[in-house]
Design a protein around this ligand. Structure first.
Ligand SMILES: Cc1cc2nc3c(=O)[nH]c(=O)nc-3n(C[C@H](O)[C@H](O)[C@H](O)COP(=O)(O)O)c2cc1C
Length: 195
């Protein structure tokens, strides 16, 4: 299977990125990850485990590889690299803006730009509140290009017992939105619980 690219940007919600990559690797789905400088700062604020420790744990998997966000020579900067699409989780409003305007000023933004130009699935998980007209217009522009805009909004009707319940739900929706076989079922499982 072609790898899923996971971009981690500097919005609140580092745990979403941690869980998304854990879930993919647990299913032996190859992952190529990149993480912005701001995302590392947020990670330090929000997480018990340091980013370096988490990275070291992921790197024990033969299915995982990591690219520095400044390394524009990495494979995912090129449209010739086969991938199963990309998730930006969490996605800052700055990265939303950069992707919407094709800035490609770091590897994460370039990899997202490549997904759009190559017609591959791109899922972004933007976290900000409230949303300004700038944020909304950028998200609308991306949605019109076929990008899946999937805010980390809890499904209150599922009566989550913990933050991790919400995280599992969002991660399953985000991975499900990539259209990978097997994961559609995962995200539908959550929807059925509400029937
Ligand atoms: C603790 C912390 C939490 C943040 N939370 C958010 C957030 O939820 N959403 C957002 O758009 N930016 C948030 N920011 C601001 C971004 O990190 C900042 O705009 C940064 O430049 C984004 O860079 P990046 O898109 O390259 O990761 C946060 C910053 C810090 C330090």
């Amino acid at each position: 299977m072609d790898p899923v690219v996971v971009g981690i940007s500097g919005a609140s919600g580092s745990v979403l990125a941690q869980r998304a990559i854990d879930v993919l690797l647990n299913k032996d789905i190859p992952v190529i990850a990149t993480c912005s400088a701001a995302a590392r700062m947020v990670w330090q604020e929000e997480m018990e485990e340091s980013f370096s420790s988490t990275l070291a744990r992921w790197q024990e998997s033969p299915y995982f590889s990591y690219c520095q966000v400044g390394d524009l020579k990495s494979s995912i900067a090129s449209g010739t690299t086969p991938t199963s699409g990309m998730i930006v989780i969490p996605c800052s409003t700055g990265t939303v803006a950069a992707i919407a305007h094709g800035l490609s000023s770091n590897l994460l933004q370039r990899a997202a730009d490549v997904c759009i130009k190559e017609g591959k699935k791109l899922v972004i998980v933007p976290r900000e509140t409230p949303l300004s007209p700038i944020h909304l217009e950028n998200m609308l522009a991306l949605s019109r290009l076929g990008v899946v805009v999937l805010p980390p909004a809890p499904a209150f009707y599922l009566k989550p017992n913990s933050v991790m319940d919400i995280v599992e739900y969002i991660v399953s929706k985000a991975i499900g939105a990539l259209g990978l076989s097997g994961f559609m079922d995962e995200s539908l499982r959550y929807q059925r619980r509400s029937d």
